[in-house]
Design a protein around this ligand. Sequence first.
Ligand code: PLP
Length: 371
Amino acid sequence: MSSVGPVIFERHLFGPGPSNPYPEATDALSRPLLGHLDPEFLRIMDETCELLRQAWGTTNARTLPISATGSAGMEAAFVNTVHEGDVVVVGVNGLFGQRMCDVAARCGAEVVAVEHEWGTPVDVQRMLDAHPHPTMYAAVHAETSTGVRSDIAALGAAKGDALLVTDAVTSLAGIELRADDWGIDVGYAGTQKCLGVAPGLAPFTINDRAFARRVEKPRSWYLDLGLLGGYVGEASSRGATGGGRTYHHTAPVAMVVSLHAGLTRIVEEGLENVWARHEAVGKQLQDGLQSMGLELFAQEGSRLPELTTVKVPDGVDSAAVRGRLLERHGIEIGAGVGQYAATVWRIGLMGHNARPDAALLVLAALEEAIK
Ligand code: PLP
């Protein structure tokens, strides 16, 4: 190994994430580091929370980037809201629905898992029929393991008094998502997908209704939203002078500055334009794959544009093709998950990669690699 460390080649990250960050987000990482209580950083943090509100489509005061990856957002959602014995109905149509069940159960929930065939969306009526009085419904908006979009708006409209927790890790800033209009009480995401930022933060939002029902002293200190309020300078914890930012943990300053840059990039393009860009490029990719004679995995009508699942043709070695794409073109695509590990590929065109030239590149490279 040389004294400057290993050489890292540039890759086209066209798998299920991380995706290549927006250049603005990458550039931001090389700026001089600020202290985590520097007034300039606090301003950037405030603006980041405001930009996240726009991305989520919410006015929730408690909207913040949690200092860890998307799974920490999932943990924060359940550990703060699930009381011992609460009934949590979870839509399971892939790996991340399964993970929700595990996390909710560890928080003391009585989990009712509504199992769906992988590749299909969560069925709202089956969720409603699963239990007469659940405390909470939980579902993944964009199931990264299968490439499927579920109708969170319909679930939110039907949820009654129950809370609704939504995983938006692969949907935030990629496809239409309107937290307040859709009745999402708690939502979490990740930075490394459609937000076009490196992995490391979990954008999180919780409304007053869910916060009022929270666990007073959750079993996680780090993810305790009551304590995190002071960290982001929530209005309620500012005190009479309005300035009461308190130390909770050292903010990952560089990542927050990078997220701020990525979000600014998105808001400047216009959130709806960004959604339309993902939609158009996803269609371009999916049409192209089908013209090559390949078959898509996710159910028609529920396909995510930002994450496409495609069946590996009979007789083709899935791993060998992925290896050739990486060696010859520096292109990463993902394998399938679980029982579909060898029979499905996952191709993500998210954030900065949601571009027509990226779709053309992966289509041409895949056609060659399959031969
Ligand atoms: N939920 C979904 C839908 C995901 O796609 C992922 C990651 O791919 C996660 C949760 C977990 O996020 P992370 O890997 O950032 O912890």
